[in-house]
Design a protein around this ligand. Structure first.
Ligand code: LLP
Length: 416
């Protein structure tokens, strides 16, 4: 049970009927189960209880303030990749000493902001970044804690766009360059060696790539230690997958067990940066059927959510299950579920067996909590959707639907 279930053939989020939520806020909207968010975080975090660790939720997966606040209340740290994400984390009340800053291209202002707030670690991804961090720390008279993100060169066997840990990718530094970079860091009064890390990709559904990467890092930590460089934090990134269709990813307990087995004799605090596995299953995107049509032998269900609301199917060909809000016994139809955006790539599902819909029916796009709302855009001048959270019988709008006025905010009517 992930917070969404049927009662008398109607879909519910906890104790709130999806139809009632839709009648209140209109469509499309993202609907979150607070119980599912909490449970997903706690299951993940408690799986690592036997080792010193900090779960730094990856804000990029879903950055809504109220959702960050849920995790902060449960003791989470945060993985940020921009000044904007740092702003959000702080606004949600995060402890800066539980914030790690990842990303291959950090701007000077972003580094300065993070130094000002004394975050826990900068995950540094190149010699050039280390140099810049040193300069900025020197100029503001602070000490930056450095964690090198190394590239362990393992194949996570996921979609090419979300694989990151191979040599050909832009991320991290080659393992063989680490010792030299740490030596540079150790010579600076403004840098402190804080840790080492990796992130090999996302939506990974097997344990082996993680195990291979952790073993490689362990070997590197031992080699560094032998040369007098001691590592206190081991950041293993995120990447654990979820089941969108028929994938069978290891549960967090098995993932944690495999990692703990390797790291338990290391004298490090382990940092984890999960995103998808925490928020993915905790939300649905609720959309309304605008009309159905047939072009020759092809059936289409045109709904009011499009690629601007949920980009994953268009961008990665991702599968999201689509379920009816009301089970009506009308039989099945094979159809594409498409949005109103003027692109052939605007689809939520292709050739899907789906209950025969009627105009006005509500559909739920499942597992939409991760990389859903954060990737939404205003393409085709479509206001972005609302976000609603449910806790037991109560619901709250945690982001209001945009209006037309939001579309033009900051624009000038008059050219030169
Ligand atoms: N840490 C770092 C450094 C990352 O780059 C990412 C994700 C994470 C943690 C969290 O990974 P997760 O646990 O969520 O897999 N938009 C794509 C996914 C992009 C992932 C980017 N990095 C999608 O919708 O599948």
């Amino acid at each position: 049970m992930n917070g969404f279930w049927y009662r008398k053939k109607r879909l519910y989020c906890e104790q709130v009927s999806v139809a009632k939520a839709a009648a209140t806020v209109g469509t499309p909207f993202y609907l979150y189960s607070q119980a599912a968010l909490e449970r997903n975080f706690q299951v993940f975090d408690s799986s690592f209880r036997e080792i010193p660790h900090l779960t730094c939720y990856a804000i990029k997966a879903n950055s809504n303030l109220a959702i960050l606040r849920v995790f902060r209340s449960l003791g989470a740290g945060f993985d940020i990749v921009s000044g904007g994400e740092l702003f959000r984390a702080l606004k949600a009340g995060a402890d800066p000493q539980k914030i790690v800053f990842s990303g291959v291209g950090k701007a000077q202002e972003e580094i300065d902001l993070a130094l000002k707030h004394r975050i826990l670690l900068f995950n540094v991804e190149s010699a050039a970044e280390m140099k810049m961090l040193e300069e900025r720390a020197r100029s503001v008279r602070k000490v930056a804690q450095v964690s090198l993100r190394v590239n362990p060169d393992v194949d996570p066997r996921t979609h090419p766009y979300i694989a990151t840990g191979l040599r050909q990718h832009k991320f991290g530094v080659p393992m063989e360059d680490a010792a030299e970079l740490y030596r540079i860091a150790s010579r600076s009064r403004h840098l402190r060696i804080g840790g080492i890390g990796c992130h090999i990709g996302s939506q990974i559904t097997r344990l082996e790539p993680f195990v291979d990467a952790v073993k490689k890092l362990k070997g590197l930590v031992a080699a560094l230690s032998a040369s007098g460089i001691h590592i206190r934090h081991l950041d293993l990134g995120g990447g654990l997958g979820i089941s969108y269709n028929d994938e069978d990813p290891p549960p967090p307990e098995a993932y944690a067990k495999a990692i703990c087995e390797i790291v338990k004799d290391m004298e490090c605090t382990v940092l984890l940066e999960p995103g998808r596995v925490i928020v993915g299953s905790a939300a649905i995107l609720v959309t309304r059927v605008l009309l159905t049509k047939q072009n020759g032998s092809k059936n289409f269900i045109v709904v009011d959510a499009g690629m601007n609301d949920l980009l994953r199917p268009s961008l990665y060909g991702s599968y999201h299950a689509i379920q009816p809000e009301r089970v009506n016994g009308r039989g099945l139809w094979k159809a594409d579920v498409v949005g109103p955006v003027c692109e052939s790539g605007d689809f939520l599902a292709r050739d899907r067996e789906i209950q025969i819909p009627k105009k006005g029916d509500l559909l739920a796009v499942m597992n939409a909590g991760a990389y859903g709302m954060v990737l939404a855009s205003n393409y085709n001048s479509r206001p972005r959707a609302a976000e609603v959270i449910v806790k037991e019988r109560r619901m709250k709008v945690i982001r209001r639907r945009e209006g037309f006025i939001d579309l033009v905010r900051g624009e000038a009517v008059n050219p030169l």
